[in-house]
Design a protein around this ligand. Structure first.
Ligand SMILES: Cc1cc2nc3c(=O)[nH]c(=O)nc-3n(C[C@H](O)[C@H](O)[C@H](O)COP(=O)(O)OP(=O)(O)OC[C@H]3O[C@@H](n4cnc5c(N)ncnc54)[C@H](O)[C@@H]3O)c2cc1C
Length: 571
């Protein structure tokens, strides 16, 4: 029996992280639910045990149902019939299996039928589902929308919408339009208040909407007449049962074929305002997208894990020149590089998730009681870190996932190019991860704040002081040197940029600086992992080698780049 949770011991390792004690204590708020709900945990061990048990169920469904369905879903795909989406047979079966096991709305409070799970097990489940079928992971992962409703909607809306998720309701996030992609401030779909009906009506077109025909949709729309920027946008919740929206078509695309990408037409579609007017983009969608970026981080790690496993299995079984190809240095080097990337991005994924967990749980507690001074400070610190770790994670996990899928296909040789092996599908699926939920370039735009405000540097210096096994001091010395080099690179870029009227020079080097920071942070995270499991030593050392070489390349580029060189690149 295949179980995607039990066959990967790194997952339990990350679930058992020491910070989980704090996260669960905050999330369960002194375990107040234990007298109200039979299935609520009574203490920390009980809560962790329930995470473990539920993940085992997810792992089983992934190994036994979702994974085996992935190939047929990729071939069959969804279709549009009379303006409505019909999922592929396997997609329907996957969804029913997860809904019947109570795995939709996992992180919602128990009063709405949820499991009140913290983000770590939820994100872990997303990684598992993505390893099984990245396209289906989108349909399941859009339950993030329920989180946004829980965070910002009125009690009335929460009571109306949230209990539906537990019963299997699907969701969609309707942001993109033909002229509003990376720049969501340009959204034009109109929301107007109908005085007679006493409700908001939506009119316009949305494009590239995953699972667009969902039961519940969050729609970003222009509610303020005469505005053209983000301050005129509000967020609405739309219930498909009320009509007014049709699916014009679904896109014929490269990968994640089981996930319907829809063009939607809203014609007098009634909808309800979420939270306050004008905060749609600047507050609610930012929060929704940060959650979704964590989801794509998990999706990327899941895809990379699947690709690595396929490459390893093939390299063991394929023989050339009289021996298995895994014995050739060129092949085993690729495999080890892939493994390092999977481990490093997974450590970054769960570190980021823990930061988000603490800050989100504090924010939620703050709506129920006054936080004391220490708690308020912690909230601020964790939020500041979560804000710069989330784009870093999305950038690295998605780029690494593409590289791992690329190398895995290479290991398959000609067979990898054929539809006979899963890697052909996995490779196509990987390609979307660094495009949606903000392209890699847009993650850099968000992450560069971590560079210019010094948040990454401070965090590196904090990691520097953490306890470490003395025998690994040689790696610590290397990474301290890399941190000094990073600091110098930031100063150099800032100095030249300061002489300019615009930020082009900083923007030009931004990805280099963000990547330097990311490499260093991943080495530190793997070093920390060695404190709990000696097996990470090898990966910390290998990541440190790669990081050193990669950062030197970037430093060389920055040091030898004069302002006038920018002109050579301009088109
Ligand atoms: C399969 C799929 C599913 C999707 N699902 C959803 C969904 O469920 N909901 C939803 O709302 N949207 C969804 N999207 C839309 C997706 O989020 C956008 O496609 C994405 O954000 C990029 O926008 P764009 O395609 O308009 O590209 P553009 O914004 O036109 O970007 C084109 C290129 O320009 C670069 N660029 C743009 N601005 C900058 C800048 N400031 N600095 C540097 N480079 C820049 C980009 O990095 C990119 O390389 C989906 C898209 C796809 C393909």
């Amino acid at each position: 029996m295949a179980n995607f949770y039990l066959d990967n011991k790194d997952l339990k390792f990350h679930l058992d992280h020491p910070l989980m004690k704090k996260i669960i204590a905050l999330k369960e708020n002194n375990f107040v639910d234990k007298d109200k709900f039979e299935y609520a945990p009574v203490d920390f061990e009980d809560a962790l045990d329930s995470y473990d048990k539920v993940l085992e169920i997810v792992g089983d469904i992934c190994g036994e149902i979702i994974g085996p369905n992935a190939e047929s879903v990729d071939h069959e795909g969804p279709e549009v019939i009379n303006g409505r989406v019909k999922y592929a047979r396997g997609t329907q079966e996957n969804h029913e299996a997860l809904a019947n096991a109570g795995l939709i709305g996992m992180s919602l409070p128990r009063q709405y039928g949820g499991l009140n799970f913290s983000m770590v097990p939820y994100v872990m489940a997303a990684e598992l589902v993505s390893r099984a079928d990245a396209g289906f992971a989108n349909i399941w992962g859009l339950q993030d929308c329920a989180e946004t409703l829980n965070e910002f909607a009125s009690a009335e809306l929460k009571n109306d919408f949230l209990p539906r998720f537990h019963k299997g309701a699907t969701a969609a996030m309707d942001l993109t339009e033909p002229d509003a992609g990376s720049d969501l401030q340009a959204v034009m779909l109109k929301a107007s208040y109908d005085e007679k009906r006493g409700e908001w009506m939506l009119n316009g077109v949305k494009r590239f909407i995953t699972n667009g025909d969902a039961d519940v949709s969050l729609v970003l729309a222009r509610s303020e007449d005469g505005t053209t920027d983000g301050r005129g946008l509000s967020l609405f919740v739309y219930d498909k049962a009320h009509g007014g929206m049709t699916v014009r078509r679904i896109e014929n695309k490269l990968g994640i074929k089981g996930s319907p990408t829809c063009e939607l037409v809203f014609k007098n579609a009634p909808a309800k305002l979420v939270g306050d007017r004008k905060l749609g983009l600047i507050k609610y969608v930012m929060s929704l997208m940060n959650g979704a970026r964590l989801g794509v981080g998990a999706q990327s790690v899941g895809i990379a894990e699947a690709a690595y496993r396929e490459g390893l299995a093939y390299a063991k079984e394929r023989a050339q020149f009289g021996k298995p190809i895994i014995q050739f240095p060129a092949v085993y080097e690729m495999l080890t590089d892939m493994e390092v990337k999977v481990k490093a991005s997974r450590s970054l994924l769960y570190e980021t998730t823990r930061l988000v967990d603490v800050y989100k749980t504090y924010s939620h507690l703050a709506t129920e009681r006054t936080l004391d001074k220490v708690e308020r400070e912690e909230l601020k610190t964790y939020q500041r870190l979560a804000d710069v770790y989330t784009p870093l994670l999305k950038l690295f996990a998605s780029e690494y996932c593409n590289q791992v899928a690329y190398d895995s296909l290479q290991i398959h040789g000609g067979s990898g190019y054929m539809k006979d092996y899963p890697i052909e599908r996995i490779y196509r699926d990987a390609r979307i991860t660094n495009i949606y939920e903000g392209t890699t370039q847009l993650q850099v735009v968000a992450a560069i704040r971590g560079v210019t405000t010094g948040v990454y540097l401070k965090q590196m210096r904090d990691y520097e002081t953490q306890e470490l096994r003395p025998d690994l001091d040689y790696i610590r010395r290397d990474v301290i040197e890399m941190t000094d080099q990073y600091e110098k690179a930031v100063t150099l870029v800032n100095e030249v940029n300061g002489k300019e009227e615009n930020n082009d020079y900083l923007d030009f080097h931004a990805r280099r600086l963000v990547e330097m920071a990311g490499h260093i942070i991943m080495v530190y995270l793997l070093l920390n992992d060695t404190m709990r499991d000696a097996e990470f030593e090898k990966f910390a050392e290998l990541m440190a080698r790669t990081a050193k070489a990669e950062n030197q390349k970037r430093m060389y580029y920055i040091q030898n780049f004069e302002l006038k060189n920018l002109g050579m690149y301009k088109k």
